[in-house]
Structure formats: C-alpha cells, structure tokens
Design a protein around this ligand. Structure first.
Ligand code: URA
Length: 434
C-alpha cells in the first residue's frame, strides 16, 4: 500500500477502506508517513468528506493507535465530558468540580487550544506549577482520593489523534465533521469512561456553523459512542457569541471561579447546569435532570464546588489559594478599552473573530511550536441585545504587546455588528440527542 495512492483516491472522491485508514494511521503514528503527505490527505478529506463507515473506521484506528485506558480501579460510574470547541468556553473548569462535588468521579483528559478556540489544559496552566502530565497511577489515585483529576492527552492515549490534532490546527483542516467526530470519540473511547456527555457547539464561534451540521455531528458521535458500549449523550448549544464575558486563558479561569461562587454570567451558568445535570443522570447520581440541577445549585451555594476546585488544583501542583485569591493569576500589563463607533443594538458578535483576536494578542498558537501568553485576552462589556451609545466600551483588551493593539482593535470592531433593529434572542440549548 502507498500513501500516495490513498491521497489520490480521496482527492478523487473515493471511499477509503478500513485497511487503507489503518495503514495511514499506523504509519503516521510510527513516524513513517511524513506530515506533508498527511496534510495533503487531511485537505482531501476536508473537501471530499468521509462516509459514516470511513469515519467509524478512522475513530477506531485512532482509538487503538495507543493504550486503551482501564479505569476500573476507580469506584463508581465515570462520566466524561467533551466540548467540540468554542470561544470563551471555560465549561470544564467550572463544571467538573461541580459534578465531582455531587459525588460523580471525574477522570478527564482534556486538550489544548485548537484553531480559534481555547483548550482546558492551557487554561489550567494559568495556575503556576499545575501538572497536566500525571502518571496513570497518580491520575487514578487523585480521582479516588478527591473525586477529580484532569490531565492532558498522554503520549500513549490516541497518539494518532494527538499528531493529527496539532497538524490540522495549522493546516486549516479542523472544521470537518468526520475529522472532529473521530478526533473527539477516539480520545473518549481510549480514555475509558463509562458514559460520555458531549457539548456540540453551533454558530459563528463553533467549527459547525449551522445547527443542522452540529446536529449531524452530534448524531454521528452519539452513534459511535453507543456502538462502542458507552452511554453517550450530546447537548447542542449556542456558540454564536462568546460564552460568558471573558476570552483568554487566565481570564476564563477567573470567570469559572466566579461561577463556582454563584456570581457567573447567566449563559455560562445555565450551560454548566444543563451539562452537569446530564452528567449526574448518566452517572446515576440523580434520577432526573430537575433533581440534578438542584444538586448542582446546592454545591455552588454551600461552597463545596469551589472547595473541590481548590483541592483539585492543589493535588496537581498548583497553589489552591489562588482559587480564593484570583488576583494571583497571570495578569496582562495593560487593559485597553475598545469603544463603540456608533449608537445602536449589538446585533451580532462574529464569534470566531473574537477567538482570533485573543489568538493575535498571544492567547493561542500560530504554529505547532508557539508558546502562549496565559495573561492576555478580552473581556466583553457588551453582548448581543445590549444597546450602546457611541463611545461606550464594547470590550477591553488585556494586552502585553501594545504593537498588536491597532490590528486587534480593528478586527474586534469588525466582529461587532451594531444597528438600529433589536436582535431576537437566541436559545442557549438547541437540542439534546441521546
Ligand atoms: N475537539 C477535538 O478534540 N478535536 C477536534 O477535532 C475538534 C475539537
């Protein structure tokens, strides 16, 4: 078999066989097939798409490209959660301690930022000393002891996805349904959870821009998960504007902490409650979503979810005091206001553009090797539906390198669409697929 023939077959619209998919995944994982050939194949898949059969084969090949984690030493039903990626999506930071405080063990592998979206692992590194590379033994010990551990994808877990993820990030081949479904589900299957709750984003900040595409992605992932014997539920949620007010690593950590104190933005809090209740029901901690939501609200009100976050940060090498004193988190040198150029309603905020603004400030990666600046980002002061006067602050840039200010400001102002007509409010939770 030759990689060249596989690329050509897909470029010409053919359907790859299971053997061909296994060949390229195995060869790429072992370093026998170079990045440039896999980039070409990714681009061919991007344009020609994959069938359901190809996507399932790609998922299984990637899941089995490394270790399949055995979490049976952790007591209870392990429920994992994964987002397809969004802007200002700090959900795992608040949600996982909430769920753990309700008694569901959280043993989670998370990713780094991808394209214009952020990643939980980068955000957690805002706590100086936080260790995202736990050994399997330490990972399991922490979950059994305090109910929660989150780590980066290890070299042995779905290594094919790890390489492909980084390659797709810099070759404009992220937003393809089959590549996203196989990427997410390969990791989730290899990571060993009993049940999986997926947050599938739709809108201008999501990889799936339309609700129809997001629902199709959700259906595909639920099918793959259930077929592999894992109870899988997908919540399709709005990502047509950033979630909450903050975009950027440490800024999002702070907002997640505010949410655990009961002072979070309404949209973000509502999403955490929805996903959390699905996790509690899937894990058998609550009979239905209504009871589950009450349990989650209780652990926010009594402070146990916040304490759980502090325990978790401490157990992985960070300073738990930072959870209670967020002024210790990395902070940018300058805060610069971006002002409304006209009066009117904020009708739309082109969400991926806000993600790109954060990336331009240094909060995301331009190349596979880029170092990110955890302190920078944006705080939105106005969101869709707000009325602004000319000169009102739309958003604040948290910035270190002032030479980037003009370009980011220009781009952000283009992302804010302001007009006379009041926009219709959009629904946060679009549908639930199980
Ligand atoms: N999240 C992933 O893990 N993979 C993707 O391809 C997109 C989002």
């Amino acid at each position: 078999m030759r990689m060249y023939d596989i690329i050509m077959k897909k470029r010409n619209g053919g359907e790859l066989t299971e053997q061909e998919i296994q060949f390229f995944i195995e060869g790429y994982t072992k370093g026998e097939i170079p990045d440039y050939q896999v980039s070409a194949l990714m681009m061919a898949i991007y344009f020609q798409k994959m069938t359901e059969t190809e996507t399932a084969a790609l998922t299984m090949a990637m899941a089995h490209s490394g270790d399949m984690l055995d979490l049976s030493e952790i007591q209870g039903c392990k429920v994992d959660k994964h987002s397809t990626g969004g802007v200002g999506d700090k959900t795992s930071l608040a949600l996982t301690p909430m769920v753990a405080a309700c008694g569901i063990p959280v043993a989670k592998m998370s990713g780094r930022g991808l394209g214009h979206t952020g990643g939980t692992i980068d955000k957690l590194e805002s706590f100086a000393g936080f260790n995202v590379a736990l050994s399997r033994e330490k990972f399991i010990e922490n979950v059994n002891k305090i109910g929660i551990a989150i780590m980066g994808q290890t070299a042995d877990l779905a290594p094919a996805d790890k390489k492909l993820y980084a390659l797709r990030d810099v070759t404009a081949t992220v937003d393809n349904m089959s590549l996203i479904a196989s990427s997410i589900m390969s990791k989730k299957l290899a990571a060993g959870a009993d049940a999986i709750v997926l947050d599938v984003k739709t809108g201008s900040g999501a990889f799936m821009k339309t609700q129809e595409d997001a629902e199709a992605l959700a259906q595909e992932m639920v099918k793959i998960g259930n077929h592999a014997g894992r109870k899988t539920i997908a919540v399709v949620s709005d990502m047509d504007q950033p979630l909450g007010f903050t975009v950027g690593n440490a800024l999002e950590v702070k907002e997640a902490i505010d949410t655990l104190k009961g002072q979070g933005p309404a949209d973000f809090t509502a999403l955490c409650l929805e996903l959390g209740s699905q996790m509690l029901v899937a894990g058998g901690a609550a009979r239905d979503a209504v009871i589950a939501k009450t349990m989650l609200q209780q652990v926010i009100a009594d402070g146990s979810a916040l304490d759980k976050l502090a325990q978790f940060v401490g157990a992985q090498g960070g300073n738990p005091d930072w959870v209670y004193h967020t002024e210790q988190l990395p902070m940018a040198e300058h805060i610069v206001d971006v002002l409304a150029p006209v009066e009117g309603y904020v009708q739309k905020i082109t969400c991926d553009e806000v993600g790109i603004c954060s990336l331009m400030l240094g909060g995301g990666r331009e190349t596979k090797e880029s170092e990110i600046d955890l302190s920078v980002g944006l705080v939105l002061k106005k969101k869709v539906g707000d009325y602004v006067q000319k000169g009102d602050t739309l958003a604040q840039l948290h910035i270190n390198d002032l030479s980037r200010q003009d370009a980011v400001t220009k781009r952000l102002l283009k992302a804010y669409i302001i007009g006379e007509a009041q926009p219709k409010s959009s629904q946060l939770i679009k549908c639930i697929i199980s």
